[in-house]
Design a protein around this ligand. Structure first.
Ligand SMILES: CC(C)(COP(=O)(O)OP(=O)(O)OC[C@H]1O[C@@H](n2cnc3c(N)ncnc32)[C@H](O)[C@@H]1OP(=O)(O)O)[C@@H](O)C(=O)NCCC(=O)NCCS
Length: 155
């Protein structure tokens, strides 16, 4: 598995994986709009094939994870965790104070992943996501870098 910056040339494969991952996938124009200086887009390759990606927006000193998706055929092999660890490390390196994300109330797989990497639930946004008949709540999860800095200061 290797991780590199995502490029606009990856978008055909990204759109294919996106449709495998979501009932309400992002459009090509939404992805194109994410190629901006304050966003970070990461690609994960397995055997030279794009197998997953992450989209992160840096806003007011916080990293917002907007999209994390792995090709259906490659799931449960550690790709999502690799991408998450990478974007968390890059966000910390870029001086962000925390990583924030929204996750569907029903998406227990993703929630398990985030919780196992130290994210906590900090809120709920009622009706945040489109749904079949009814909209669905989002849980807001965060990983704060400040709480990791437990090292004692100078005497
Ligand atoms: C969520 C997603 C990115 C996880 O990617 P992945 O490559 O399958 O995840 P990993 O293999 O790294 O799994 C890491 C951990 O996440 C949890 N997990 C992942 N999928 C799970 C599932 N279907 N059910 C329960 N737990 C799951 C487990 O704790 C897993 O650890 P384990 O395999 O040691 O038990 C992937 O399922 C996906 O792309 N889903 C569709 C898009 C999506 O929902 N994105 C998240 C939006 S908030």
């Amino acid at each position: 598995m290797t991780i590199r910056p995502l490029s606009q040339d990856d978008l055909p494969e990204v759109l294919d994986i996106e449709c495998q991952g979501y009932s309400f996938p992002w459009s090509e124009s939404v992805f194109r709009g994410c190629f901006r200086p304050d966003y970070r887009l990461w690609a994960l390759e397995m055997c030279d094939r794009l197998s997953g990606y992450a989209v992160v927006a840096y806003m007011a000193g916080e990293a917002h994870l907007l999209n994390l998706c792995v090709a259906a055929s490659q799931r449960r092999s550690g790709a999502g965790r690799r991408l998450l660890r990478h974007l968390v490390a890059e966000s910390a390196r870029d001086g962000m104070s925390q990583v924030l994300l929204e996750v569907r109330d029903s998406n227990t797989g993703a929630m398990n992943l985030y919780a196992s990497e130290g994210f906590s639930v900090i809120g709920r946004r009622p009706g945040y996501y489109p749904g079949g008949r009814e909209r669905e709540d989002a849980l807001v999860m965060a990983l704060s870098f400040d709480s990791r800095c437990d090292s004692p200061g100078p005497p």
